[in-house]
Design a protein around this ligand. Structure first.
Ligand code: SAH
Length: 349
């Protein structure tokens, strides 16, 4: 697609021509706002598929995981919050499982995309929508869920350039968006162990993710409750670029067709955890999604469903393998929980 054919690309190009290169985070945020705002990207016909779309067992086990904590706390009134709920499939499956033990929380969805809010409205009854976490209710403990949400939040990158570090920017040249080196970064703000990395090394940070993490951890500390993040990511500030674009289930360049490809970056769990701990909550994990789901009984659940529906036994076994398989989602995806120190330690870690 040529830049002239996309209004968003044209707008970005004009901005860069008028004011100079923009940050990676700015490019990322603008592209994804358009991307999610204009389509439902999930499923076979879309660009990517997520765990709740692969199997109902994923949301059900998560619902039971929250319900277990609720029972151990003697059934307080709670709100169920989901950040970036996609089609609402996880919430639907989790709420159905929660209801089996009598847990019926109010439902709050943090979602910026109107297109996806419409899908969520089809799948869920009576949710309250929020643009961001600042308007979440403050009158009861929170059960907060985020599956493949943090990877969609913008990142910044810095690049080693000879003896110094520079911010990475996006420029527009010869009709294309191209990464470019920007202003120098003071050495003091580069993590000490990485300061002397080799020429061309990249470090990523996600200020937007750290801000959301701080806000929700502070809520959990003040109001009670637990949060669960499932996403692909790594532990500890590291060298290397994870910024990527996905289109039609294939990796693609993140700098082409802004707003037409899903931009993501791996989640830095150590930095999120450090921010959460600063707010006074306790942490569990991260551990591999496969290990965590297996400890919650996914293998037994798949077998039980197969016994009840013998014609679909193979389907449930396949879904199980995709969720826990080391070469599928089991290892790259991680489960990571944070909880109020007066609440019981969550299961599965
Ligand atoms: N959790 C769902 C969807 C993951 S896709 C699933 O597992 O299937 C990412 C979701 O986050 C989408 O619903 C998208 O619209 C939403 N999203 C992306 N950026 C956001 C932002 N800045 N604020 C709120 N929601 C956002």
């Amino acid at each position: 697609m040529l830049v002239e054919e996309s209004p968003l690309a044209r707008q970005l190009a004009e901005r860069i021509i008028a004011n100079g290169p923009i940050s990676i985070a700015d490019f990322f945020a603008t592209a994804n706002m358009h991307y999610y705002g204009t389509r439902d990207p999930l499923g076979k016909e879309g660009d990517f598929i997520t765990a709740p779309e692969i199997s109902q067992m994923f949301g059900e086990l998560i619902g039971l995981w929250f319900a277990d904590i609720w029972l151990r706390m003697n059934k307080p009134r709670v709100h169920f919050i989901e950040l970036g709920p996609g089609r609402g499939t996880l919430a639907r499956d989790a709420l159905r499982a929660m209801a089996m033990v009598g847990l019926q929380p109010d439902l709050h969805l943090v979602e910026t995309s109107l297109t996806l809010r419409l899908r969520q409205a089809e799948n869920l009854t009576g949710p309250t929508w929020h643009e961001d976490v600042s308007s979440l209710p403050d009158d009861a403990p929170l059960f907060i869920m985020a599956n493949e949400f943090f990877d969609a939040l913008p990142i910044q990158q810095i690049v080693k350039d000879g003896p110094i570090w520079r911010k990475r920017m996006v420029d527009f040249a010869d009709g294309r968006f191209v990464p470019e080196l920007g202003r120098e970064i003071p050495l003091e703000i580069v993590p000490e162990k990485l300061r002397f990395a080799t020429n061309g090394s990249i470090i990523e940070t996600s200020p937007a993710s750290v801000r959301v993490m701080g806000d929700i951890a502070q809520r959990i500390r003040a109001q009670g409750g637990v949060g669960l993040i499932v996403d692909y990511g790594y532990e500890g500030v590291a060298l290397g670029e994870t910024l990527q674009a996905v289109k039609a289930h294939q990796y693609a360049s993140p700098f082409e067709e802004p707003g037409e490809r899903d931009l993501t970056a791996h989640v830095d769990f150590e930095t999120l955890g450090a921010m959460a701990e600063l707010q006074g909550v306790k942490l569990c994990g991260p551990i591999g999604q496969g290990q965590w789901l297996a400890r919650l009984g996914l293998v037994e659940r798949a077998a039980a469903l197969g016994d009840v529906h013998p014609d679909r036994a193979q389907q449930f076994a396949d879904e199980r393998d995709r969720l826990v398989g080391e070469d599928a989602m089991g290892r790259l995806f991680k489960a990571f929980a944070f909880y109020n120190p007066d609440w019981p330690e969550p299961d599965g870690f």
